[in-house]
Design a protein around this ligand. Structure first.
Ligand SMILES: Cc1ncc(COP(=O)(O)O)c(C=O)c1O
Length: 360
């Protein structure tokens, strides 16, 4: 018999995908604007595409499970040693490995709200006891003293900076207040780190309980290939390396990630375009009646809906071939909200016109 508690676990909701909206609403696939999953809307650099093509010829062979080249390049990128790095098939897989490494049934896991829903999902898979810390009133995150207080007797704490779905980031001294006040492992999910440019990863050698998790899915545009990594003290990094699936990253994904790390200038240019568009989108959304967008340090914007329900808005956007994420009902968020990924200028302009039609 399987674990019956899993019957009560809700599946992760990844939002809508372009092919499904295309089929349901009769909008041609190539006309769909996908602002659902915080992906990078720009093309991959040519060298990354070439690396993928070349490595595809070796697809009949296993990858080398040491992933030494990827770790060496990540060492250059992060300024840390290979012994401080663990790799896996996406940040999501690292979050899961961290839960496997630390959590026994009923261990206390602290999750400040609102945040990425996978933390609670993965903690539930380990039968942990979750302590949510809710924001007061209209705030988007609880005060750090409250998080630190709740974390004192915890086993694991999940911070997300910049936070999904709010786009707010924690300052280094705020993260350290939590880290220094507990023996729990404190995970700082920096999946969106590059859009902010400031990290707490420099602290992983000094603080044994600090683990930074990062992704190749957002800034580097490799969401479809699945690569992520954790930065931690050597003991934790080596344990994560020990318990991961030996071949968790495909040959193609590893080669693509290595090639991407060789194209930082290209990606920095792309980031500038995304940040410029984020600010334009924020300004435009502020002008549309019934929308209250919040400033963000990531590649997406959280928008509170005042003049329309999320259901009505989503339906209107789907009919026009535009996908955003409905995050209404997310624990810790009061009222209807959507999360909008910053797209290309053309995509954002299509979204703005659609919103003006629906709300103007
Ligand atoms: C905060 C956060 N962490 C982790 C992930 C998962 O990233 P990956 O694609 O590397 O598994 C996401 C993806 O949306 C995210 O928003």
């Amino acid at each position: 018999m399987h674990r019956l508690s899993l019957d009560y676990l809700e599946s992760y909701d990844a939002g809508e995908f372009p092919e499904d909206i295309s089929a349901r609403y009769g909008v041609p696939r190539e006309e769909i604007v996908n602002l659902n999953s915080n992906e990078n809307p720009y093309p991959l650099p040519k060298s990354v595409l070439r690396a993928i093509e070349e490595e595809a010829r070796l697809a009949s062979r296993y990858p080398n499970p040491s992933y030494a080249e990827l770790k060496r390049r990540l060492g250059d990128y992060t300024g840390l040693g290979a012994e401080n790095i663990a790799v896996a098939s996406g940040a999501g897989e690292l979050l899961s490995l961290i839960c496997t490494l630390f959590l026994e049934p009923l261990d206390r896991v602290v999750i400040p709200l609102p945040t990425y829903t996978m933390y609670a999902f993965l903690a539930m898979l380990r039968d942990a006891s979750i302590a949510y810390v809710e924001p007061p009133g209209e705030e988007l995150y609880p005060p750090v003293e409250e998080i630190a207080g709740a974390s004192r007797d915890a086993k694991l704490v999940f911070l997300c900076s910049p936070n999904n779905p709010t786009g707010r980031a924690l300052e280094e001294d705020e993260v350290l207040e939590v880290v220094e006040g507990t023996r729990a492992a404190v995970v700082v999910d920096e999946a969106y780190y590059e859009f902010r440019g400031r990290s707490v990863a420099g602290g992983v050698e000094e603080y044994e309980n600090l683990i930074v998790v990062r992704s190749f899915s957002k800034f580097f545009g490799l969401a479809g290939l699945r690569v992520g990594y954790a930065l931690a003290n050597a003991r934790i990094a080596s344990l994560l390396e020990k318990i991961r699936n030996p071949f968790c990253i495909s040959r193609i994904a590893e080669r693509a990630a290595v090639a991407a790390l060789g194209e930082l200038e290209y990606y920095t240019g792309v980031r500038e375009k995304i940040l410029r568009e984020r600010e334009r989108l924020l300004g435009e959304l502020r002008r549309i009646p019934g929308l209250r967008p919040y400033p963000s340090e990531a590649n997406f914007l959280l928008v509170k809906l005042l003049g329309i329900t999320a259901g009505e808005l989503m339906e209107g956007l789907y009919r026009r071939g535009i996908i955003v994420r409905n995050v209404s009902g997310l624990p810790g968020l009061r009222g209807d909200h959507v999360r909008i990924t910053v797209g290309t200028p053309e995509e954002n302009s299509r979204l703005i016109s659609a919103l003006e039609e629906l709300l103007g």
